[in-house]
Ligand binder design. Structure first.
Ligand code: ADP
Ligand code: MG
Length: 339
């Protein structure tokens, strides 16, 4: 009998791999925003049409790409962020897997415009089914604009699986908020169907929290700041009276990456014991910074779940830091300055 194993063509391999990275428009939003942050942008605009089903566009004023890099960026496992296995354990960028653009190009139509400061003209690329169908030089501002159009146009089963526009839009706003909270020094805006939903001037974390999560947190935030040899914790927690009956405004960032952790959430909840009812959820935006060798962010393609080398220590620090902040505040409640 003849041998029967074949290597899949790249575009099919990319389409299969895309399933893990790009599940819905919001996944592309996260990846494109993170790329803009990694490119050193100070201004990032997100434009959405039809809850991202028709268009997700991110425009940044970051580094831009050379013509060759612009084409390379869409290859699978193509990244400028790590070079060897050692780098994988010292990640300081949001990206490193080199999968996002390849995945997006496998399941949507993509238009890229990019220019570096040192180049006189920029590059415009159109990509469909993982293939460049058009390339030309273009006049463009420094930075990058990537448009992802008609997500899953070539995978109808997945397109049908997408939720209603309001539901998909909620996911998009969630991702936008996470990145915007993590980088208050960057200007962000969000437009949906021609309407501006957010316009966030660069500023302090406190300003960003109030802009994003609501004015009712103004004067209701308690600063958390704890530094040790092992890790630093900083951010804000809500005064006890801001605790809600529904889970919501709770954000952990580890080395600036939004993560979900029921375990650490429990640490904060514990710190509020006796200050809020047992069924209420405190507000928090907490940044945990520690040596990248102490966390594994490569547990899951979307990087929302991570593994701490020593989870128990982190738990204890988080709980102590929040307790300490709340105790300080109850001794000198005037600690909450104006914006
Ligand atoms: P990763 O972010 O994991 O490296 P991506 O597929 O998201 O992988 O991007 C591939 C490469 O394309 C990046 O490593 C980077 O060099 C380049 N790139 C992507 N987006 C941008 C951008 N907005 N500005 C500049 N370069 C970018
Ligand atoms: Mg990326």
């Amino acid at each position: 009998m003849a041998d029967k194993i074949l290597l899949l063509p790249d575009n099919i391999a990319n389409q299969i791999a895309a399933g893990e990275v790009i599940q819905r428009p919001a996944s592309a939003v996260k990846e494109l925003l993170e790329n803009a942050v990694d490119a050193g942008a100070t201004e990032i605009k997100l434009i959405i049409n039809d809850a991202g089903k028709a268009l997700v566009q991110v425009i940044d004023n970051g580094s831009g790409m050379s013509e060759t890099d612009a084409r390379m960026a869409f290859e699978r496992h193509a990244t400028s962020k790590i070079r060897n296995i050692d780098d994988l354990f010292h990640i300081r960028t949001m990206g490193f897997r080199g999968e996002a653009l390849a995945s997006i190009a496998a399941v949507a139509q993509v238009e890229l415009r990019t220019r570096r400061a040192e180049d006189e003209v920029g590059t415009c690329l159109d990509i469909e089914n993982s293939m460049v169908v058009n390339q030309q030089p273009v006049a463009a501002p420094v930075g990058t604009s990537i448009s992802m159009k008609n997500l899953f146009f070539n995978v109808p089963a997945r397109r049908n699986f997408l939720k209603s526009n309001p539901a998909e839009m909620r996911h998009i706003v969630d991702e936008f908020m996470r990145v915007a909270l993590a980088f208050p020094a960057i200007f962000f805006s969000l437009h949906s169907n021609g309407q501006q939903l957010f316009h966030l001037e660069a500023g302090s974390l406190k300003q960003r929290i109030v802009q994003l999560l609501g004015n009712h947190y103004n004067h209701k935030l308690v600063s958390v700041k704890e530094e040790t040899d092992y890790l630093n914790i900083q951010g804000f927690v809500g005064k006890p009276e801001t605790a809600k009956k529904t889970r919501g405004d709770q954000f952990f960032f580890v080395n600036n990456r939004f993560i979900r952790s029921a375990y650490l959430n429990h640490a904060v909840q514990n710190a509020y014991q006796e200050l809020i009812p047992a069924d209420a959820f405190p507000m928090y935006v907490l940044f945990i910074d520690l040596d990248p060798t102490q966390v594994d962010v490569n547990v899951h393609p979307t990087k929302q779940e991570i593994k701490f080398e020593d989870e128990k220590i982190v738990y204890a620090f988080v709980q102590a830091a929040v307790k300490h902040a709340l105790a300080q505040f109850s001794i000198t409640p005037t600690l909450d300055f104006d914006l």
